[in-house]
Write a new protein. Structure first.
Length: 236
């Protein structure tokens, strides 16, 4: 899959980004075509309506709505990548495999490629986070029972997680609440957000070692701080 360079306008950090592939009903992988040279747009407010783009299958010509390509920068900024309109003619892309997170560097047994699920609702976001935690190596990941602690959306053996599905960056209070709940239960806390993190929330998570992930609408979480990188690398 071809990668394009992306520079974060907030911190100047350079990234290499590959648009994810989606399965067309005809069976061919469909990839949103990024506009070469178009600058990424920081996402400060999200709505479900403006996070979908029309993508035309290069094999059968079918047009469907798929998630807008997005990239989470480690500085906490969520970037939206402009795509070529489906009405414009474009050369077909070669077949590609679905994008996945790189295999861990130090895990005892390499994991298979993570298989994401498309996020269309808040419930989908929680389900995608649960699939990812299972992929990382946590067992019996599921929703908490009756009367869960504040802000806890998922539990597993030795873990609690929150999934913020709002359209604004996760707040310092939300991060601190999860950290305190995890500290009190002597388990690991993991935070997932659809819209990134406020600067003070990111700083606090870095200070207390709380892993932060950003979920794109393709359903693939991206680590945005060092504790999250370590979790991906080593597993539970």
């Amino acid at each position: 899959m071809e990668s394009v360079p992306v520079r974060c306008p907030s911190c100047g950090r350079d990234h290499s980004y590959s648009a994810p592939a989606y399965p067309c009903p005809c069976g061919a992988p469909t990839v949103p075509q990024l506009l070469p040279g178009a600058p990424p747009l920081p996402v400060t407010h999200r709505s479900w309506n403006d996070t979908w783009v029309a993508v035309r299958c290069a094999s059968c010509g079918r047009e469907d709505q798929w998630p807008q390509p997005e990239l989470g920068c480690p500085c906490g900024t969520l970037l939206r990548l402009p795509v070529r309109p489906a009405t414009e003619a474009a050369a077909p892309d070669p077949p590609v495999s679905p994008a996945h997170i790189p295999l861990p560097r130090t895990a005892a047994h390499p994991r298979p490629a993570f298989r994401p699920m498309t996020i269309r609702t808040g419930q989908d976001a929680v389900s995608a986070a649960g699939l990812y935690l299972t992929w990382l190596g946590y067992h019996e990941v599921g929703r908490p029972g009756a009367g869960p602690a504040s802000g806890i959306d998922l539990r597993a053996d030795g873990l609690i997680a929150q999934v913020d599905t709002s359209t604004r960056p996760a707040t310092l209070r939300a991060v601190e609440t999860l950290w305190l709940n995890a500290l009190g239960a002597s388990v690991t806390g993991v935070f997932f957000s659809l819209a990134g993190y406020a600067a003070d929330a990111r700083a606090r998570a870095d200070g207390v070692g709380l892993p932060l992930f950003v979920l794109d609408l393709a359903g693939t979480p991206q680590p945005v701080n060092s504790p999250a990188d370590e979790l991906v690398s080593t597993g539970p």
